[in-house]
Design a protein around this ligand. Structure first.
Ligand code: PAF
Length: 202
């Protein structure tokens, strides 16, 4: 597995497999990986020749009073999990790489963002659509994988992909749950008062 932090280097690395007709599968994440993420990797490995995972805690999808700073991070462990899961490329840019100085162009999703999560997290899906669109442009995958847990996000990404004519298949992967039925999420850590999130193997 190669770990890459720069867009230029990623573009270089991925050009060759693409030229030779390899099908590129993409799993965008914000890291602090759990079995739900690993099921996306598994789905990608089953449907593509090369699997790329991105880890980027995207500041534009967090509201001013949300948990951007507190969002759980453990890059060394994530890297290890990705390697074990058979990921080919791990893309982990920093915020300046994704949003250089002067950045001011956003993707504005429509009515799909009005109910549910979008009603209380104003601007959240604008940030999600923007970063997913940027990552799609950088990676240019054939197929991308999203967890069904974030159902509204899946709908927004699918709509954006259609509306912007992006030639990418969007696959929604079933939710992975804890034995008690709770959907796995990096934020489950908060339920444990900041300890190790459920489902993580330490
Ligand atoms: O679902 C997530 O982890 C994020 O919203 C995503 C799709 C990686 C965009 O930052």
């Amino acid at each position: 597995m190669k770990t890459i932090t720069s867009i230029a280097e990623l573009r270089c690395l991925i050009a060759q497999p693409r030229r030779t007709g390899k099908r590129v599968g993409f799993v965008p994440t914000m890291g602090y990986l759990h079995e739900g993420h690993l099921s996306l990797v598994e789905a990608s490995r089953a449907r593509s020749n090369l699997t790329l995972v991105s880890i980027f805690v995207n500041p534009t999808q967090f509201g001013p009073n949300e948990d951007l700073d507190a969002y759980p991070r453990d890059f060394a462990r994530d890297e290890h999990l990705c390697r074990d899961a058979g990921v080919d490329i791990l893309f982990a840019p920093n915020a300046r790489e994704v949003y250089p100085a002067g950045f001011e162009t956003y993707v504005e999703p429509g009515d799909l963002t009005k109910p549910l999560c979008g009603a209380v997290r104003v601007g959240h899906f604008r940030g999600v659509a923007t970063v997913v669109c940027k990552l799609f442009n950088v990676v240019q995958p054939d197929v991308a994988f999203f967890g069904q847990k974030d159902f509204q996000q899946c709908a927004v990404v699918r709509r954006m992909t259609t509306d912007l004519n992006l030639p990418i298949e969007i696959v929604q992967v079933p939710t992975v749950r804890e034995p008690d039925g709770l959907a796995m999420s990096s934020r489950n850590r908060y339920l444990l008062g900041g300890g190790t999130p459920a489902g993580r193997r330490n």
